[in-house]
Ligand binder design. Structure first.
Ligand code: MRU
Length: 343
């Protein structure tokens, strides 16, 4: 299988995550507009993967600039388009900041040199992400013990990152370390990232798994059929409050009620230290059709109104540990996350 996302000289190639698991189709983006649409329409999704796509989108956009054009104006146009694609994942803005720093540092360089540097930075962001995820996996693997049943929500695997995954990275590292356990994957309505993508990945890794609908986790916890939960994150505030796929908050509350540890796995590029708490995290509202329809077929009365918040925020008090590439932070997160960042 090809990587989730790949820089291919003058284009980006990404697997179309809307078509999985039934079809393995690759999409080519040759313009920054196409890259922006791929992020908006969820061809590519998952915070770290969105960050990589954003960086590559900037590189693509600037490759389209001709000699004599106003570079700063072109950069602003490309940046602003990508900036508006999805609001919640911190990694998108983090990647844009990294690309902007390269642009500013190359103000005196030739256009060709600037383009080369931007491509190199985007490729480096992609490479680094896979390495960081492997470290997250190693740091979190010991939290899974022989005989455990791990619950995960949404997809925080290789598809959501440059390659190895965050929450699924932890599961994968524990599996590669020889631990024997199994996984419950929440289906994750409305976009079904768990049923379609996490299940597809777990099958390839070889971990025994079962898919459950989102409303089953509580009962299975009550029956002692789940040992712990590990999920990814889209944005983590300074105090540890964590935005992740809608439904994550419910899983965390259910873990607390049932005395089970609830872990978050994420690279430092997902942290937003500028935000004091989770109430400041922007939550994306997605199109009504995602709730009103399944596979393009209406499932509600035609006039039914719906809500479709794509993320929720889990207060830090529900989180037993945040697994990063620099180690596992434990409460109180105000101090431990800051210490981790400066490590
Ligand atoms: O809307 P999505 O599919 O982009 O949401 C993805 C998630 O919520 C993931 O759990 C999160 O981005 C972590 S990915 C390593």
């Amino acid at each position: 299988m090809r990587p989730t996302i790949e820089w291919a000289g003058d284009k980006i190639v990404m697997i179309d995550q809307r078509k999985l698991p039934l079809e393995e189709v690759y999409v080519e983006c040759r313009t920054y507009e196409q890259a922006s649409e791929a992020i908006e329409t969820m061809v590519i999704r998952g915070a770290p993967a969105i960050g990589v796509a954003a960086a590559m989108g900037i590189a693509l956009g600037m490759l389209g600039v001709k000699a004599g054009e106003d570079r700063a104006a072109a950069y602003a146009r490309v940046h602003n388009r990508i900036y508006r694609t999805r609001p919640t994942a911190r990694n998108l803005f983090w990647a844009l900041e990294r690309m902007k720093a390269v642009f500013e540092a190359q103000r005196e360089s030739s256009l060709a040199e600037l383009q080369k540097k931007l491509v190199a930075e985007a490729v480096e962001i992609d490479r680094e992400d896979e390495e960081l995820c492997r470290r997250i996996g190693q740091n979190g693997a010991s939290l899974i013990k022989d005989g455990d049943v791990v619950l995960t929500h949404c997809n925080a695997g290789g598809l959501a990152t440059a390659g190895y995954g965050t929450a699924v990275g932890v599961i994968r590292a524990a599996w590669e370390a020889g631990r024997t356990f199994s996984v419950f994957a929440d289906e994750t309505r409305p976009f079904l990232q768990g049923a379609r993508l996490t299940a597809w990945e777990l099958e390839r890794i070889g971990v025994p798994y079962r898919v459950i609908t989102d409303n089953m986790a509580g009962w299975l916890m009550h029956r002692s059929e789940i040992s712990l939960a590990v999920v990814g994150a889209d944005r983590i505030a300074r105090n540890g409050d964590t935005a992740n796929k809608i439904g994550t908050y419910s899983v965390a509350v259910l873990c607390k009620e049932n005395g089970l540890p609830f872990y978050v796995a994420a690279p430092l590029s997902t942290f937003d230290f500028a935000l004091a708490d989770g109430s400041l995290i922007p939550i994306e509202e997605r199109p009504d059709a995602e709730v009103r329809e399944i596979n393009g077929r209406l499932i509600v009365p035609p006039a039914a109104k719906v809500r479709n918040p794509a993320f929720d925020v889990t207060p830090a008090r529900y989180i037993a540990g945040i697994i990063t590439e620099k180690g596992v932070a434990r409460p109180p997160y105000e101090s431990t996350l800051d210490a981790l960042r400066n490590r």
